[in-house]
Design a protein around this ligand. Structure first.
Ligand code: IMP
Length: 176
């Protein structure tokens, strides 16, 4: 697939995304308000980088940032189904309150893998937020703080790539 910039349609504007990040940030703040411990916010690179950065500014709670990289897409628009860990945190997660920040849940394989890896370290809790959730698959993933549910488009921008490109678009777009 080649992306013709002239055929690119805007699915979500920068304003809509930022408003949603603020809304989710408030929900997360409310959820953790009776928990004194810090939150460990886990950014699933690379796609979540912008959402993570815009979201955490609206979470009013002590937190630490962790960045991990697992990937299931190797270029193109379809998942290989095989997940690889490209980089992981060495910090112990035992007894910690983990908040995973994802860009998109498609088949759910990546997030299932990530949750299982984190669970091995016996955290106190694991919560999940994802900016986008594709409704095409019956992935059975319970997103605690969901962003937008979208149709089965291949989307780019605001961190999401096609062949490592277009991550820097400020909006989320698709090609019909
Ligand atoms: P899953 O494992 O099928 O849920 O896919 C999750 C990962 O695939 C995301 O973290 C993205 O990196 C990538 N992905 C899924 N759908 C899209 C898309 O429409 N555009 C760009 N990347 C996507």
């Amino acid at each position: 697939m080649e992306i013709d910039p002239k055929k690119l349609k805007v699915l979500l504007t920068e304003e809509e995304i930022l408003e949603k990040a603020k809304e989710i940030g408030k929900q997360i703040t409310e959820y953790y308000k009776n928990i004194d411990d810090e939150i460990i916010a886990v950014c699933a690179l690379k796609g979540s980088v912008h959402f993570f950065s815009d979201l955490v500014k609206h979470i009013d709670h002590d937190m630490k940032y962790y960045f991990v990289r697992v990937s299931s897409y190797h270029g193109g628009t379809s998942s290989t189904g095989k997940i690889t860990v490209n980089s992981w945190t060495n910090e112990p997660l035992e007894g910690k309150h983990i908040l995973i920040v994802e860009d998109i849940v498609d088949t759910g394989n990546t997030i299932r893998f990530l949750i299982n890896e984190i669970k091995k370290q016996n955290p106190a809790s694991i919560k999940l937020t994802s900016l986008l959730i594709k409704n095409a698959h019956d992935h059975g993933i319970d997103v605690d703080f969901p962003g937008f549910e979208i149709d089965n488009y291949f989307v780019i921008g605001y961190g999401l790539d096609y062949d490592e490109k277009y991550r820097n678009l400020p909006f989320i777009g698709y090609v019909e």
